[in-house]
Design a protein around this ligand. Structure first.
Ligand code: NDP
Length: 792
């Protein structure tokens, strides 16, 4: 140790290791291996796999490889416990969650040390960030448990939730999954990642210690196959997954048509945007947190630095200087900044991606290449001069590698920020509040941090846009993932899809409708009537089999044209809500002016009585009015997160939505699905009832006379299931609603895995008279949380 004068000059400090003897003793006592935690007790260990400390390579424990039979047993235990757990009063459930929070807090240091040994993250992070956030999550949701019945009236728990978590924040991800599920009255089976099962097993012991009823929380350890068995288990009502986009996609396919609710929190390649007027020192400090926190193994890591060209060299120089001060090494040392990579496989993945990147001749900077002799370490790395097409700019490296590029204008910054298939998070650095909020609104990401980064709180939703997944975790928006509408027993729909014939008049047309009705309806695309690309029309028949008109037989090309038209109309989403409301009122007014005509059309197509047809039109007018009213009232929120932060939760439209309508209630179902979607600012490709499409095609005359901008509503008639498949596969469609048969719903879910669009597919019979309300608006939007700091 040098003299104090030298120490003050160099600010060098000696090692400061955190004691780990309690954790090691706990692990030694369990050296024989951990079983699963099922029905409130640990099972006998079997088929053990080793768990390693990535910082040293030493084996620290053994856990059981969960088999499908283990998953069956855990799901059965969760099922057995669920009704009783849901029947507890909110207050009782709240007390249990509160007890979990208290017990986590009492074991904070133990859990932090165990997490660091198991995962390799610096103790400073597990002790000061991960575990306090775990406790915060249970406290926050203890509150929700007692509020849920009032705040989520008309809903009930989903049931048994299968939850699969990754290795980067093992206990925190467990808390993000278990706390809301339990608060909402569900029971869970959770599978931790194979690399990092230990804190989940310690948490199981905490559940016992805190007196949680048996079966409410079940933990089955194992690898991806165990996860797949949980996903496939028929007794599970919902899957909540955090991990890679590939596995998320496979889970989307595996759950398609199963009726399981699904939320996916996947990868990212988040932009970190620095404007020339930013406080550059703060921005550099932010970049350190954004990419070297948890060795860059963070789904929302700010891994793409986009910096204004005029300040780029200054920022790079400051970053390089700061990198020289980062200490890489023993994660248990309290002065370590960068710990170990979780496993050799992950380290190899980082090295492979860097080799590919380096082949492109990029400029790579590392302050110090020396690493500990043992264990999985990778030095903090800065890559500059990166092209948007480079593998390092596109792929999630999931390591301590920051890739940087420059921009000249705010528009270019936004374009680069959005030039990714992901959309999890973004940081925006500027001292200009107007610019900050404008850019935050334009970046497609579920979370935007202004002049800050990696801010998390239980009261704010977290989750992605695009291929970063769907659903939110945290806050009110996260809880709705764990509730379903309490509409009693849902009747599955019966009947087959109609056979659409394009052959000429097998059955004579019946003269019932009068000359005011056009009988060869076209498609409606980009504000214009369009002939179907196929050149074919099909006969629309009444119940007696008489032709009542012809409708276009739309195909793949028509859908593509409609998607293009909808994308061009995106400024609808930026119109004021008041503006949209006015247009919707006008639609209702014009529908009302032609109510008689629509009623006659319905009667002719469906054979409904005059009374029923008039009632359907009236209900449709009312519904359009309701959504005109809602357009400027489905507010976002300001979440109560950290002090000196305004966390704005904004409901944003998806963008381009597909809406596939069922055969029943041809006008009312169409209005009930299209109106909420456009009220929230989406542009829609609507596929009306295949059997009774003519009231929807008549509707384009209403659209034309109601100031609905071209491309906001596009109508493509034809085989609804075939068109739904095309919509599901189309990468330009951001969300898709489908109401129809079970087979069609399953196909929509499976095919949507391509761009991971959000789907709402139902094969249930729906009482359209009641089908309205905020659930439709929630499904027509995604929440963006914008964290805005204030104060000097
Ligand atoms: P995975 O997506 O493979 O793992 C996440 C979880 O899913 C783990 O519990 C894993 O089990 C489990 N799992 C794996 N395959 C299946 C399956 N077919 N069905 C159900 N569950 C399954 O991520 P990796 O750990 O392999 O990491 C690979 C890459 O994923 C990283 O480099 C990173 O890019 C990204 N990633 C993103 C994360 C995020 O937070 N968004 C978190 C972790 C990784 P097991 O661990 O036992 O294999």
């Amino acid at each position: 140790m040098g003299v104090i004068k030298d120490i003050l000059r160099t600010m060098d400090y000696g090692p400061s290791p955190e004691g780990s003897e309690h954790v090691r003793a706990w692990l030694d006592e369990r050296a024989g291996g951990f079983g699963h935690f099922i029905g409130g007790a640990f099972t006998r260990p079997h088929d053990l796999f080793d768990v390693f400390n990535p910082a040293s390579g030493e084996q620290i424990g053994r856990a059981s490889q969960g088999s499908p039979a283990d998953i069956d047993a855990a799901v059965a235990a969760a099922r057995k416990a669920q009704a009783k757990w849901a029947a507890l009063s909110g207050f009782e459930r709240s007390k249990h969650l509160y007890a979990l929070a208290r017990h986590v807090q009492k074991r904070e240091r133990f859990l932090a040390v165990l997490e660091t040994i198991d995962n390799g993250k610096p103790i400073r992070e597990s002790r000061d960030i991960d575990i306090p956030l775990v406790a915060r999550h249970f406290y926050h949701h203890a509150g929700w448990a007692s509020l849920i019945e009032n705040e989520f009236s008309g809903t009930k728990p989903v049931g048994v939730c299968g939850q699969i978590i990754p290795w980067n924040f093992p206990l925190l991800m467990l808390a993000w999954k278990i706390a809301p599920a339990l608060a909402a009255g569900n029971t869970v089976v959770l599978k931790p990642a194979e690399y990092t099962p230990l804190t989940a097993l310690a948490f199981a012991a905490i559940c016992v210690e805190a007196g949680l009823p048996a079966g409410v929380v079940n933990i089955v350890t194992g690898d991806g196959e165990t996860g797949a068995a949980l996903v496939a288990n028929a007794g599970v009502d919902k899957i909540a997954f955090t991990g890679s986009t590939e596995v998320g996609r496979s889970i989307r396919k595996a759950t398609a048509g199963s009726g399981k609710k699904l939320s996916l929190e996947l990868g990212g390649k988040s932009p970190f945007v620095v404007f020339e007027d930013a406080d550059l020192d703060s921005a550099v400090e932010g970049a350190v947190d954004a990419i070297w926190f948890n060795q860059g193994q963070v789904c929302c890591a700010g891994s793409r630095l986009l910096v204004a060209e005029s300040v780029a060299e200054t920022v790079y120089a400051k970053l390089r200087a700061r990198m020289a001060n980062l200490r890489v090494g023993d994660p248990l040392d309290k002065s370590t900044d960068v710990g170990a990579i979780v496993a050799p496989v992950q380290l190899e993945r980082i090295k492979r991606l860097m080799r590919e990147g380096e082949k492109e001749g990029l400029e790579v900077f590392r302050a110090d290449d020396s690493l500990p002799a043992r264990g999985c370490f990778y030095p903090p790395t800065l890559v500059t001069g990166i092209e948007p097409a480079s593998v390092l700019a596109r792929d999630e490296i999931f390591g301590p590698v920051l890739v940087a590029t420059t921009f000249r204008t705010p528009d270019e910054a936004v374009a680069l920020a959005n030039n990714t298939r992901y959309g999890l998070a973004a940081s925006v650095w500027t001292e200009n509040i107007n610019r900050a909020l404008e850019v935050a609104a334009r970046i497609k990401a579920g979370v935007v941090w202004i002049n800050s980064t990696n801010m998390f709180d239980a009261a704010a939703g977290f989750g992605g846009y695009r291929e970063s997944g769907f659903g939110r975790e945290g806050g009110r928006e996260g809880l709705s993932e764990y509730r379903v509408s309490d509409e009693g027993k849902v009747k599955p729909r019966s009947g087959k899809p109609p056979r659409l014939s394009a052959a000429p008049g097998l059955v004579p047309a019946r003269e019932v409708m009068g000359a005011d009705l056009d009988r060869t309806a076209k498609l409606y695309i980009g504000g214009k009537q369009a002939r179907p690309d196929s050149g074919y029309s099909y006969a629309v028949l009444d119940p007696a089999g008489h032709e009542v008109g012809l409708a276009g037989l739309g195909n793949r090309k028509d859908i593509r044209n409609a998607v293009e038209a909808a994308a061009k109309a995106a400024s609808w989403g930026a119109a004021t809500a008041h503006n949209r409301a006015q247009v919707l009122y006008y639609v209702a007014e014009n529908l009302s002016a032609r109510a008689g005509e629509f009623a006659r059309r319905l009667r002719a197509m469906t054979g409904a009585s005059t009374r029923a047809a008039v009632a359907e039109v009236e209900a449709s007018i009312r519904r359009a009015f309701v959504y005109a009213g809602y357009a400027d009232k489905f507010d976002g929120a300001v979440h109560a997160t950290r002090s000196r932060f305004v966390t704005l939760a904004m409901n944003e439209p998806w963008g381009v939505m597909g809406v596939v309508c069922p055969d029943e209630a041809p006008l009312l179902a169409f209005i009930s699905l299209v109106m909420p979607a456009i009220a929230m600012g989406n542009c829609v490709i609507a596929v009306p009832s295949a059997s009774h499409p003519l009231s929807a095609t008549d509707f384009y005359q209403i659209l034309e006379t109601s100031d609905v901008p071209a491309g906001v509503v596009n109508i493509v008639t034809g085989d609804a299931n075939a068109l739904a498949r095309t919509l599901a596969e189309h990468d330009g469609v951001d969300a898709l609603w489908y109401v129809g048969e079970a087979k069609g719903a399953a196909e929509v879910e499976a095919l949507s895995a391509g761009n991971l669009k959000a789907t709402w597919a139902s094969a249930a019979t729906i009482d359209w008279a009641k089908a309205e309300g905020s659930e439709y608006l929630r499904r027509a939007t995604q929440v963006k949380n914008i964290w805005t700091p204030y104060g000097e």
